[in-house]
Design a binder for this molecule. Structure first.
Ligand code: DHE
Length: 532
């Protein structure tokens, strides 16, 4: 039975942890220790009641390699031995000892033998709509609704809702365990949808400051995308290999698309994005050389450039699996793409080839690769941003394996410049009203540095080091671009607000390992310099 993955949200009460351990021991004795000794039995005795008999999660998160392999922080043995701070997870060092803990950790790293069905009936059975939720007629606060900014706090699985003018915290609510990727706002900015790596999707009403409900759309998921009209939310899954499309209205299932490549290979979905001008979702397959385009508005066929253009020119074979809503088009590639970026009108997609040394440009209208450029050092194109420079539209991307940023001309697809940084970075951010873009140094000894770079000269104008030794990463701007919010990505971290012009610190808001930050206006207007 699926239960809300709310582990860890309600604080690290030592007494409740003791109670959990005591209850587990009593339960084990009552069962008479039926199974054979070993990690499977230890799992059943100690872990299953919170993490699910099938390791797919319950009160606590799923304990499968797809989830565990992604978690940063203390290693698995240490978490089993000592518990996890600020969560309900107790320590088992006394009960199990080092050898049994090591065996248990190894067991958790083995893939599941069987992935249970996770289709419409299972997803619908997991849906929980909050009974005490009441939709407010107007916001229950008097801040600018377009300048609300969310901070995902991964330290204790919460989101803080900030007034973007005063930086006052209006609410701090619990999320599912291990949120990943950007939350997505409804087009008018009232509702936000948040996804966890365990596949939970949470709907929250910013006007009422209340959760509306949750549903488990996948067992292990990558990210979510909102349709152009706000009606549908696509969830990219690794487990099972599917794309789940939910109704944003009530989190019900609109469609579960099994992801199977043209040659019959089942595939995980690397990521899904909204292509607003195309009125479609674009997704990349991780295990097959294909991109899919899924229609979200059949009424808008004339501007549905992807389909119409291709159909008229007869350039793409096997265009759509069907007509109408959620019709699917396949674009075949020479190899799978891991991570990608779109140009401004969503005509072209630039993706990172698996070899980590090339970028591949795919024209989505004609449905084929049109250019290739050298991008060694594993470009992180998902973090790319674009702006105008010398009358040309350029984009920049960090590299996960090298301390540099590449700046690319999006007309000729040539690399114009390489900016050396103090180490490999993860996120880039800018805003149309600021002359700079901000680049973190997420990896290596200089992860406490944040470069501020001139968008025209491409010179680093300042390197900020707000907390020596602490990771600083990910920037979001206020609606007008006047302030930049930077995460001090540590458990006793903070969001630091900088004046985006003078680069002086304005204020510091204590936060628990803040990761991404998301401003309503910048997101719903597809502001230049933000992720989409
Ligand atoms: Fe992310 C966004 C993929 C590891 C924090 N990350 C994304 C997106 C993708 C992606 C496809 C865009 C989704 C979206 O916003 O809709 N991330 C990957 C990976 O493949 C990678 C390298 C390996 C993995 O673990 O899956 C990875 N990501 C991480 C982390 O280790 C980070 C730093 C910590 C964490 O929370 O797991 C991390 N990723 C983020 C954040 C965003 C993100 C904060 C949203 C950025 C934004 O501004 O929109």
């Amino acid at each position: 039975v699926a239960m809300p993955a709310s582990a860890g949200a309600s604080g690290g009460d030592i007494f409740s942890k003791r109670k959990i351990r005591a209850a587990l021991i009593v339960a084990t004795l009552a069962l008479g220790g039926a199974a054979v000794a070993g990690p499977v039995k230890d799992y059943a005795d100690m872990c299953a009641s919170c993490h699910g008999a099938d390791r797919l999660g319950g009160l606590g998160p799923a304990l499968i390699p797809e989830t565990l392999g992604r978690m940063r922080g203390p290693n698995l043995d240490a978490v089993i031995a000592a518990g996890r701070a600020a969560t309900q997870m107790p320590g088992f060092a006394e009960d199990l000892g080092a050898d049994r803990i090591a065996a248990l950790a190894e067991y958790l790293k083995t893939p599941l033998e069987d992935v249970p069905d996770w289709g419409e009936p299972q997803i619908m059975a997991s849906r929980m709509l909050d009974e005490d939720y009441a939709a407010a007629d107007a916001p229950v606060w008097d801040s600018d609704p377009m300048n609300i900014t969310l901070v995902v706090e991964t330290g204790d699985h919460h989101v803080s809702v900030l007034d973007g003018d005063t930086f006052q915290v209006l609410d701090r609510f619990e999320t599912p365990f291990a949120v990943h990727g950007g939350p997505k706002f409804s087009p008018e900015g009232r509702y936000v949808f948040i996804m966890s790596r365990d596949g939970w999707v949470q709907k929250y009403d910013l006007w009422s400051l209340q959760q509306v409900g949750r549903v488990r759309a996948g067992l292990n998921s990558r990210n979510i995308a909102m349709s152009h009209d706000g009606k549908w939310l696509a969830v990219a899954n690794y487990l099972p290999m599917s794309l789940t499309i939910l109704s944003t209205e009530d989190l019900s299932v609109a469609r579960v698309m099994e992801v199977i490549a043209k040659d019959g290979t089942p595939s995980r979905v690397s990521a899904v994005y909204q292509a607003p001008q195309r009125q479609s979702f674009i997704l990349a397959l991780k295990d097959a050389p294909e991109i899919w385009e899924v229609a979200t508005d059949p009424e808008a066929d004339p501007v549905y450039e992807g389909f119409v253009h291709s159909r008229e020119k007869g350039m793409v074979e096997g265009i759509a699996s069907s007509q109408g809503l959620f019709a699917r088009r396949r674009i075949e590639l020479s190899g799978p793409l891991d991570d990608f970026f779109f140009d401004d009108d969503y005509r072209n997609l630039i993706g990172a080839a698996r070899d980590g040394v090339r970028g591949v440009v795919v024209n989505l209208n004609v449905g084929r690769e049109i250019a290739e450029l050298p991008l060694e050092g594993m470009p992180h194109l998902g973090s790319g941003i674009s702006w105008d420079r010398d009358g040309r539209r350029v984009m920049a991307t960090p590299h996960l394996k090298e301390g540099k940023l590449s700046v690319i001309d999006t007309e000729t697809w040539e690399r114009l410049a390489v900016i050396q940084t103090e180490g490999p970075g993860f996120f880039l951010r800018s805003h149309e009203n600021t002359p700079y873009f901000w680049a973190d140094v997420f990896f290596g000894p200089n992860r406490d540095a944040m470069h501020v770079i001139d968008k025209q000269s491409l010179e680093i104008v300042r390197t900020l080091r707000p907390v020596p030794g602490a990771t600083v990463a990910h920037v979001e701007f206020t609606r007008d671009g006047a302030y930049a919010l930077v995460s001090v990505w540590e458990d006793d971290g903070a969001v630091i607000v900088y004046d985006a012009q003078t680069l002086e610190e304005v204020t510091r808001l204590p936060m628990r390992k803040p990761s991404g930050k998301y401003n309503v206006w910048n997101k719903i207007t597809f502001s230049e310099g933000t992720s989409h």
